[in-house]
Design a protein around this ligand. Sequence first.
Ligand SMILES: Nc1ncnc2c1ncn2[C@@H]1O[C@H](COP(=O)(O)OP(=O)(O)O)[C@@H](O)[C@H]1O
Ligand SMILES: [Mg+2]
Length: 142
Amino acid sequence: MGVSVGSARVDEAQLADWGAEFARRLTAPAVVGISGELGAGKTTLVRAIASGLGVAEPVTSPTFALVHRYAGRGVTVYHVDAYRLKRADDTGDLGFDDMLGEPDAVVLIEWPERLGAASPGLTHRVALAHTGEDGTRHMEWS
Ligand SMILES: Nc1ncnc2c1ncn2[C@@H]1O[C@H](COP(=O)(O)OP(=O)(O)O)[C@@H](O)[C@H]1O
Ligand SMILES: [Mg+2]
């Protein structure tokens, strides 16, 4: 990583390493938007970041609930997946205000663009994309 803005081509292990390092450097409260098409590796990255933040239990994709909450090491980790939102006004009860009322919150959001105007301000952005080559992804972060 090295700097706060960058890009890289990563295999799955390198993405996991990046997520672990990112977690080490992260200061709560933080809101991380993770963009990319289906299968780009967003949930894979969320798992790596959550693990780096001390979440011991398995991180599973939020489906019906849209938001999962985990206890990390001195932080509360929220995993939001906005993929299934149909309209931005569906976000009324996702509870961002409550999450961000907690000073130790780290909110990791897949498909942040689907939140529209209801999106909280993102402190970090990561975009993942297929490269056309099996097993690698292009990533950009800021
Ligand atoms: N370099 C890579 N980075 C992330 N995932 C990868 C990579 N190469 C292959 N994969 C695979 O791609 C899939 C990504 O799935 P997932 O993280 O659920 O994507 P998303 O949440 O973006 O839909 C996983 O099956 C993972 O094993
Ligand atoms: Mg996902």
